[in-house]
Ligand binder design. Structure first.
Ligand SMILES: [Zn+2]
Length: 308
């Protein structure tokens, strides 16, 4: 296994803005990259001290391509799941712009299925109805879903829990933090194959996120969480989709985080989001925390949707 391939084991749930690189790995950037975790410290307080009064929801959004660059995306499906793993809402979304590719292998949505789907405006009204100012939202690279659905802090949520960050693990092999895809987390920790249908389905991803949260994050058992992280580190990872397609799917660039695979030349998401690193909560071992806080990192995942 060459170093490049080896690096591919470093998975990063990508920004759904590009909606493609769910299994994105950016090993070469990991030392400089940080997962934005909004309100992370506050979130933990809320999660673990006021759990009784907080509604926990998971939301997942998938996106089709509306152009050929990795930045041209529009939501095509959304699912909301509660903490009992019940699907509260599951809908397709008709994009406002013409669809260049449904990116089926990433979205699980066929272009023809969208013809009679409700509009984005219709869907977002319904989506917003499920959220309250005290809702805790769980998800992988959750900021991208939140931004796609225009969820606002203090209006639609109080806390965000990003599973990508919860399971972030220091990899001594590379001397850097390692992020895992939701698919890897689900496969290793839940024995669920999110790729079983050949593509990602929003409701399945949302359910997996809730299960991971309930099982490994909710009770703040650091020992259990660390064991999970080590299991993720040990388990072999699959080659992410954007690599499998060599960066392009139906001529659409699907590499928003890895310049080597980018086929469109547009700025990478990490380049667009050069936001100062936010203070991260002390959720794991010192080594991990030291590494994450001592480096002036870029945001790894962003304001838009990253995974597909
Ligand atoms: Zn590109």
């Amino acid at each position: 296994m060459d170093s490049t391939l080896e690096n591919s084991s470093v998975e990063v749930k990508t920004n759904k803005l590009d909606a493609l690189e769910k299994d994105q790995q950016v090993a070469e950037d990991l030392n400089d990259v940080i997962q934005p975790v909004q309100n992370s410290e506050k979130s933990q307080d809320n999660v673990f001290n006021s759990n009784q009064s907080i509604q926990v929801l998971s939301i997942d959004v998938e996106c089709v391509a509306t152009g050929f660059s990795h930045l041209d995306r529009a939501p095509c499906s959304v699912a909301i799941v509660n903490d009992r793993c019940e699907i509260l809402f599951d809908s397709l979304i008709k994009p406002d712009k013409p669809v260049v590719s449904d990116l089926f292998s990433f979205t699980g949505v066929r272009k023809t299925d969208l013809h009679h789907a409700p509009s984005f405006d219709e869907v977002i009204k319904k989506v917003h109805s499920f959220f309250t100012p005290t809702t805790l939202i769980v998800g992988q690279s959750i900021m991208s879903d939140v931004n796609w659905m225009k969820l606002q802090e203090g209006v639609h949520y109080s806390t965000l829990i990003d599973l990508g960050d919860e399971f972030r693990t220091f990899d001594p092999k590379y001397g850097s933090n390692k992020y895992f895809s939701l698919a890897h987390e689900a496969e290793v920790l839940l024995k669920i194959d999110l790729n079983a249908t050949g593509s990602h389905i929003a409701r399945d991803d949302a359910k997996a996120s809730i299960k991971l949260y309930n099982k490994y994050v909710k009770d703040k058992d650091q020992s259990k969480l660390q064991q999970a992280c080590q299991a993720l580190l040990r388990a072999p990872t699959k080659i992410p989709l954007f690599r499998r397609f060599s960066g392009a799917y139906e001529k659409v660039c699907v590499s928003a985080f890895n310049r080597g695979y980018c086929r469109c030349g547009q700025p990478l998401v990490s380049e667009l989001q050069k936001t100062p690193a936010k203070k991260r909560r002390q959720n794991s071992n010192d080594q991990k925390e030291e590494l994450s806080s001592s480096t002036n990192k870029k945001m790894k995942v962003i304001d838009q949707k990253n995974e597909i």
